[in-house]
Write a protein that binds this ligand. Structure first.
Ligand SMILES: Cc1cc2nc3c(=O)[nH]c(=O)nc-3n(C[C@H](O)[C@H](O)[C@H](O)COP(=O)(O)OP(=O)(O)OC[C@H]3O[C@@H](n4cnc5c(N)ncnc54)[C@H](O)[C@@H]3O)c2cc1C
Length: 451
């Protein structure tokens, strides 16, 4: 058994079958697991034929327990590029290929991901399974919107191709289905053309929630937008934030992105992060921006992946780990819901300096995709004794306002909160039962949610 939890460096998972201590990106919980990595469909079939349930494991960048189980099947060696059409940007690759590998191979040729989350160290399979969103959700939708098709290995070893026209029900359940419908094998997706590895960025400082909502709405036509939010601001300052918007630059060099320049060597003492240090950081950070700055050229990696610049940054929360609470509210209840939640967080002095606010566009028709039209808030919390009861209280606000929590960040949501937020859950569970998937594909999260 490997002595240290394998996240954030799950390289050992490339080594065939081994017993490991495994966690998600939040480093909580840590479980003992048998990991079986596969390089071919035959190897995967052998793993699935083994006793008991499994869950697919990509790069372990989901924060909680959605990729955790007693047995995981790791896609890290299933990582070949299969075909690329330079006329259309149509890419065919295996699901263990990472977004970083796609960028390294194709950015120098003028192609970038149509949808990318805030880290490039995730697998294509993980991107589909969480139906991840990026800073352009309001214009481009989720990751599934750039996916044409994929093949899936089901519990019996069959490998249907799924697209919007073929096995469409399985396609809609798998995009956002958190690995619970089978193992995604090869994926066909579309990249987008870019002329530069830079973004032309505009930054707007906003004094409160009303101002940042107005700024998001005013920038609705801009391709990318996201705001850093000060979660400890109180009273009239609630929602104080810095909105960053951007378009791909028309000129500049095209090149691979730099590797992380700094890596944290060990877990920092958890006490370093407290309401005073976070408040100090937030005041300084907010103060470091001008009221408005237009058109500055920002490298792609700084704009899309600021956290990737520090390797193993998840160690800053100490040995106990952390979780991210990501909620979305329908537009009509966003202001009220966010004010409630932010007020509670500031009063409790919880939350960290990593707070993000984003306006989502329309919802898609996948059964468990997270985004709905409205505002989403994502906030990191160090794991501590009073945290989960506190988050249960926030959940009540979320449910009362018609919102939902993001499964790929979650580690403690109760089944009732999940069901209230995801009306597609019954269809999802029925599909799993009908296709005999519920006995073979299970994560700690799916057991907790009873799906
Ligand atoms: C710094 C950071 C920033 C992030 N920013 C964003 C963001 O902006 N937007 C966003 O949407 N997400 C964001 N995320 C979350 C991340 O994009 C997702 O959790 C993603 O699914 C992780 O992919 P992975 O390859 O690491 O998968 P894992 O974490 O290993 O697994 C995630 C889920 O995918 C399933 N899965 C993995 N591979 C397969 C496969 N081959 N077949 C079937 N199921 C599979 C797993 O079973 C699990 O349920 C961020 C995460 C980090 C650490």
């Amino acid at each position: 058994m490997n002595p240290e939890p394998l996240n954030p460096e799950p390289r050992t998972l490339e080594l065939g079958t081994c017993d490991v201590k495994l966690s998600g990106w939040g480093r909580y919980p840590v479980v003992e697991a048998r990991s079986e990595s596969f390089e071919t469909e035959k190897e995967l079939k052998t793993a699935l034929d083994g006793p008991g349930a499994v869950i697919p494991f990509g790069m372990g960048r989901s924060y909680g327990d959605s990729a955790l189980a007693e047995r995981v099947v790791s896609s890290r060696r299933y990582d070949k590029f299969l075909a690329f059409d330079p006329a259309s940007g149509r890419l065919h690759c295996e699901s263990g290929v990472s977004l970083a590998e796609i960028i390294d191979a194709f950015l120098p040729r003028g192609w970038f991901l149509s949808v990318t989350p805030g880290t490039r160290f995730i697998s294509v399979g993980g991107a589909v399974a969480s139906d991840v969103h990026g800073k352009n959700h309001h214009k481009a939708g989720c990751f599934s919107s750039c996916v044409e098709s994929f093949t899936l290995m089901l519990a019996d070893g069959s490998m249907p191709t799924c697209s919007r026209n073929q096995n469409a029900g399985l396609f809609r359940a798998t995009c956002g289905g958190m690995g619970l419908t089978g193992v995604i094998l090869d994926v066909v997706l579309y990249l987008m053309r870019v002329k530069s590895a830079f973004i032309r960025e505009t930054v707007v400082k906003c004094r409160n929630l009303a101002e940042v909502f107005d700024a998001f709405e005013a920038g609705a036509e801009v391709s990318y937008s996201v705001a850093w939010i000060d979660c400890l601001a109180k009273g009239a300052d609630i929602g104080r934030s810095v909105l960053m918007m951007g378009e791909h630059a028309e000129s500049g060099i095209l090149g691979p992105l730099a590797p992380p320049p700094v890596t944290l060597p060990f877990a920092l003492p958890g006490f370093l992060l407290n309401r005073h240090t976070v408040a100090l950081f937030n005041r300084r950070y907010y103060g470091s921006f001008p009221e408005r700055a237009e058109g500055r050229l920002t490298p792609l990696d700084r704009f899309f992946y600021p956290l990737d610049r520090i390797g193993r940054w998840n160690l800053i929360y100490g040995r106990g780990g952390f979780t991210q609470y990501q909620v979305v509210f329908p537009k009509a209840s966003s202001a009220d819901g966010l004010r409630h939640i932010l007020g509670r967080i500031a009063d409790a002095g919880l939350g960290s300096f990593l707070g993000v606010l984003k306006l989502f566009g329309p919802e898609n028709d996948n059964l468990l995709s997270f985004p709905m039209e409205g505002y989403t808030l994502a906030l990191d919390f160090k794991i501590e004794r009073r945290l989960f009861p506190f988050l249960d209280e926030l959940d009540r606000v979320v449910v009362d306002h018609g919102g939902r929590l993001y499964l790929t960040k979650d580690v403690r949501m109760k089944a009732a909160v999940f069901r209230a937020g995801y009306p597609g859950w019954e269809k999802f569970r029925a599909l799993r039962q009908e296709m005999g998937l519920d006995d073979k594909f299970r994560s700690l999260q799916s057991k907790r949610m009873r799906i």
